[in-house]
Design a protein around this ligand. Structure first.
Ligand SMILES: Cc1ncc(COP(=O)(O)O)c(C=O)c1O
Length: 496
């Protein structure tokens, strides 16, 4: 009998030349492990690298079905096009790219205007990589301001008592980072089951002469709820009357809400209309409708932004203030932000957000009708739906199980415990974004019903299994459990 050649021997014997004619998924590269810990020695054809990397990424779930993230998962083709065309420009090179710097300044001015900044007070602001950087800057503004005022008031700022920041326990992790990096005591106002935002009855009990400021959250990450900034401003105003040498100011962490409220609820008073709101941040990449990588922080006036935070870079033969922490980054996101502001205008933003809210409210109504869920948020402010199981829901499964069931249809709808004081309450949250159409919401509601049906008929294995399946949620301030998703390694050698 004729001896058969092994597949690899046949491939080795193939003429090198023919390899350029080989289809991508017949290429040598498609039959070897992609580089893992050491670079490949030889270059690889771009069309093959493109396809291989794309394939590698394709199995991790698609962005549209990721209902955990607040970040934009859709931009229209012209927006993506202009963003990719300016990718090579470094936004910090203001002298070299003055027109990009000009677009950034226009964005700051337009966003400040949305938040009722008064041009006569000379508001200042900057783009950032996201709200984390923007909150860090807002926090630093408060810290530097407090240090100066405290010194002037004769307070020894170098005593054992650290400066403190007052915020609700529903804070996002960036505030914990800020406090840890700058050695600030984080004074947490607890959330309670029937009180899921900053408690106005107790918040001022946390304030003393070492308080650098209070953070109000417009869109608590866990639930989407808004703190009552207007009421807080009233309380702070009364406090400041008694403490005129060391007044307290408010930073509004509007990561998600500050670019929704001005459009859908223009009568809600939460911004620079309030005397004590001195700085506000937003994530341009959340409801600012830009792909991830952009945030904004604006101070109400020149006075509100301590000089120490400002650095000067050369610009058109003169100087331009810069206060971002990060230095080099692509101009794409800034240009993308300008594009969507101009493209949509006020009416366009309003329409997109109102429609997104409508879809979220449909989903909330569907969930409520199922009868077993307690609704913690039904998209009353921003398009976020958050629910838990009712105490008397007669089910043997948990929301972690339901989250797993939804994953089988591609939906990422995380289940997670609420923050300190409420850890026993497990909730699930959907962040509805512009690319989540009614069609998809109907499909999700359907899959939820099917999932519940399957779980209700299943025999549930309780115990550690559920514990192991727990996952955090994106941007929630708590890191996800590492699921140990090691990519399977092939025994074949990596590319030569
Ligand atoms: C209230 C709040 N603050 C800050 C952040 C951090 O935002 P970013 O992801 O833009 O850094 C988030 C993110 O979810 C948030 O919800």
């Amino acid at each position: 009998m004729k001896e058969r050649m092994s597949t690899s021997a046949i491939l080795d014997a193939m003429d090198e030349e023919t390899k350029y004619l080989t289809p991508i998924f017949g290429s040598e590269a498609s039959d070897a492990q992609m580089p893992r810990t050491r670079m490949n020695d030889e270059p690889v054809e771009p069309r093959i690298v493109y396809e291989m990397v794309k394939e590698h990424l394709s199995i991790e779930g698609n962005a549209t079905q990721n209902l955990a993230t607040f970040c934009q998962t859709y931009m229209e083709p012209m927006a993506a096009r202009i963003m990719s065309e300016v990718m090579a420009k470094n936004a910090i090179d203001k002298d070299e790219y003055p027109m990009t710097a000009d677009l950034e300044n226009r964005c700051v001015a337009m966003i400040g205007d949305l938040w009722h900044a008064n041009p006569d007070e000379e508001p200042m602001g900057t783009s950032t990589v996201g709200s984390s950087e923007a909150c860090m800057l807002g926090g630093l503004g408060m810290l530097f301001r407090w240090k100066k005022l405290a010194k002037d008031a004769g307070i020894d700022i170098y005593t054992e008592q650290r400066p403190n920041l007052v915020i609700s326990a529903g804070y996002q992790v960036c505030w914990e980072k800020f406090c840890r990096y700058w050695d600030i005591e984080m004074r947490l106002v607890p959330l309670e089951k029937d009180h899921l935002s900053l408690n106005m009855d107790t918040v001022m009990d946390y304030v003393d002469d070492h308080t650098i400021g209070i953070v109000a959250i417009l869109g608590i990450t866990y639930t989407g709820k808004f703190d009552d900034v207007q009421k807080l401003d009233e309380l702070v105003g009364a406090y400041n009357k008694e403490h005129s040498n060391l007044p307290i100011r408010i930073h509004v962490d509007g990561a998600s809400g500050s670019l929704v409220a001005p459009f859908v609820d223009p009568d809600l008073v939460w911004d620079f209309q309030l005397e004590n709101v001195w700085s506000i941040n937003a994530s341009g990449h959340k409801y600012g409708l830009v792909y991830p990588g952009i945030g904004w922080v604006v101070w109400r006036s020149k006075e509100a932004l301590p000089e120490d935070l400002i650095f000067w870079v050369s610009y058109l033969g003169g100087e331009e203030a810069t206060m971002a922490i990060n230095f080099s980054r692509s101009a794409s996101q800034i240009v993308g932000q300008y594009y969507v502001l101009m493209r949509n205008g006020f009416k366009g933003f309003r329409e997109i957000h109102l429609r997104t809210l409508d879809v979220a409210r449909y989903l909330a109504a569907e969930l409520e009708e199922m009868g077993i869920f307690e609704m913690y948020e039904d998209a009353s402010n921003i398009p976020i739906v958050c629910w838990g199981l009712k105490d008397d829901a007669d089910v043997e499964w948990s929301l972690y199980d339901l989250s797993d069931r939804l994953r089988m249809s591609g939906w990422l709808v995380p289940a997670y415990p609420m923050p300190a004081n409420l850890q026993d309450v497990v909730v699930q949250r959907v962040v509805v974004r512009q690319d989540f159409s009614m069609q998809l919401a109907i499909k999700l509601a359907d899959d939820l019903k099917k999932g519940i049906d399957v779980l209700s008929k299943a025999r549930i294995v309780a115990g550690d299994v559920q514990e192991a399946a727990k996952a955090g949620f994106n941007h929630g301030g708590r890191s996800s459990v590492d699921r140990g998703d090691e990519v399977q390694t092939k025994t074949k050698p990596a590319w030569k």
